[in-house]
Design a protein around this ligand. Structure first.
Ligand code: SF4
Ligand code: SF4
Length: 96
């Protein structure tokens, strides 16, 4: 069986993300994942206020709602490690 390599997300790589939304479809946490990935990339640059917009998503899914099912990574045509990025956002937003 051939398995595809899972690709870590960076701002540079996210430029290749077409916001196809395939990662969000079927997310049990109802998380707007492409929006979270943009926040994640800003956070990776060290921008202090990068996590602030997360609270605007509280009526939908928040990173903390992620149950780490991995469906997002499985559905991403670019095989981005979406689950790890959402998990990191969940941890970071709990620490603030
Ligand atoms: S499925 Fe992958 S390429 Fe499509 S929006 Fe999500 S992260 Fe981007
Ligand atoms: S791993 Fe988290 S973000 Fe990805 S589909 Fe599952 S619940 Fe949603």
């Amino acid at each position: 069986m051939r398995t595809k390599t899972i690709v870590p997300i960076t701002a540079e790589k996210l430029a290749g993300c077409g916001s196809c939304q395939k990662c969000s479809r079927g997310c049990p946490g109802h998380i707007d994942i492409p929006a979270m990935l943009k926040i994640y990339c800003k956070f990776q640059t060290g921008e202090k206020a990068a996590l602030r917009p997360i609270k605007d998503f509280r009526k939908r899914g928040l990173p903390i709602d992620c149950i780490e099912c991995g469906a997002c990574t499985d559905h991403c045509p670019k095989r981005f490690n979406v689950r790890a990025a959402v998990r990191e956002l969940a941890i970071q937003s709990m620490l603030r």
